[in-house]
Design a protein around this ligand. Structure first.
Ligand code: FAD
Length: 338
């Protein structure tokens, strides 16, 4: 069999693999991505939202403030490469869940550190039930992950850098100075298989699968280019006149089948949010790769120095991905430039 030599293999073309691939491309490093093109993955169905505020308590982590501008620049550069704008900067219109939450957060937001990120004087938004008032979170937005995955794959295919297949771990042969896999010879392999890394025999990092369901809805009478959040449910603008509504969180669940109970839960919350009727046009689910302490996995195999893993993007792949992919590529370069 003729052996084709490649510098680096990336396993998985989700957000993780696509970011690493893009950063290697920026450094003129040749690579090949192997991915089976499954129709429903976390990266393909994600609403793609990002925000500097996190959790019910609305905390701001200093790292997030560094990650946001870094991520925006990367998404702009990817948009240029694939010829389609994937990044949308817009405020989040956040409704207070209760009077108690309102008074708690309003006093918290008086702290000077919140001033650049909170607009407390937000206007009423038509078509939305606003019982307790609302505020806006700036420095937020969303990435069109579905089209990013699609157009980036087309770009990879045009450049002969995409192989549509599932990577079979048992077929990887490792020698001292290189690896071989089904007629390919390479020095490096970067595993980015999302929650499927639970089956990766080379790394023992613990991945906790977290199933999430999301709906796509339309409403003839409602339009907004802002993201809207209420009672833990978001509405993110998606394709023309449609919105992604979600999401649910089922920890330690790795069954990717859409769940009727989750659909009813999101639908019920939407009825408390939208004053006008809406139509559900799609219901999808997929598994997020999360970790115990929400720490990302940027790892190098102890023995096989050309073997890496980038994973653990969890619930915030869009915000955290670019920052940590950059760390992944730095580790890769450190090893390869030795
Ligand atoms: C409903 C839902 C909503 C979400 N909303 C948001 C949001 O608004 N904002 C946000 O930041 N994040 C969101 N997320 C989280 C985000 O989707 C994840 O953080 C991110 O997609 C994880 O990317 P990944 O590349 O690590 O994994 P994945 O998306 O799972 O990609 C892994 C890829 O590897 C491939 N693969 C697996 N095994 C193999 C193998 N053996 N060989 C070859 N290829 C393989 C898979 O087919 C897949 O294409 C959401 C997730 C869900 C489920």
């Amino acid at each position: 069999m003729e052996i084709k030599k490649i510098d680096t293999i990336i396993v998985g073309q989700g957000i993780a693999g696509s970011l690493v691939a893009f950063m290697l491309h920026q450094k003129n490093i040749p690579f090949l991505i192997i991915d089976p093109s499954s129709p429903q993955t976390a990266s393909k169905i994600a609403a793609g939202m990002f925000t500097p505020l996190s959790g019910k308590r609305k905390t701001i982590h200093p790292l997030s403030l560094q990650q946001i501008p870094f991520a925006i620049n990367i998404y702009k550069a990817i948009s240029k490469l694939i010829g389609y704008n994937i990044i949308h900067l817009t405020n989040i219109y956040q409704l207070f869940d209760s009077v108690e939450e309102k008074s708690l957060l309003q006093s918290k937001f008086l702290q000077p550190s919140f001033a650049p990120y909170i607009n407390a004087n937000s206007m009423e938004l038509s078509g939305i039930y606003n019982n307790n008032g609302a505020y806006e979170i700036t420095h937020s937005g969303w990435v069109n992950c579905e089209l990013w995955m699609k157009y980036f794959k087309s770009w990879l295919k045009r450049n002969d850098q995409f192989l549509e297949a599932k990577f079979e771990y048992q077929d990887l042969q490792i020698t001292d100075d290189r690896m071989e896999y089904k007629g390919l010879a390479f020095k490096n392999i970067i595993f980015c298989e999302g929650y499927s890394a639970m089956n990766n025999p080379f790394f023992k990092e613990t991945i906790i699968p977290c199933k999430g369901d999301v709906l796509t809805i339309t409403s003839d009478d409602f339009t907004s280019d802002k993201i809207i959040k209420k009672n833990g449910i978001y509405l993110v603008p998606s394709a023309a006149n449609s919105f992604k509504a979600g999401a649910t969180y089922q920890w330690n669940n790795d069954s990717a089948k859409p769940d009727e109970a989750d659909k009813l839960l999101i639908e019920g919350q939407l009825k408390n949010m939208l004053t006008n009727p809406f139509k559900i046009i799609n219901h999808q689910s997929a598994i997020r790769p999360t970790t115990q302490n929400r720490e990302l996995i940027v790892s190098q195999h102890q023995q096989h120095k050309g073997m890496f893993m980038f994973n653990g993007l969890g619930t915030k792949g869009v915000l955290q991905g670019p920052w940590w992919a950059n760390r992944m590529v730095a580790l890769y370069l450190q090893t390869n430039l030795k």
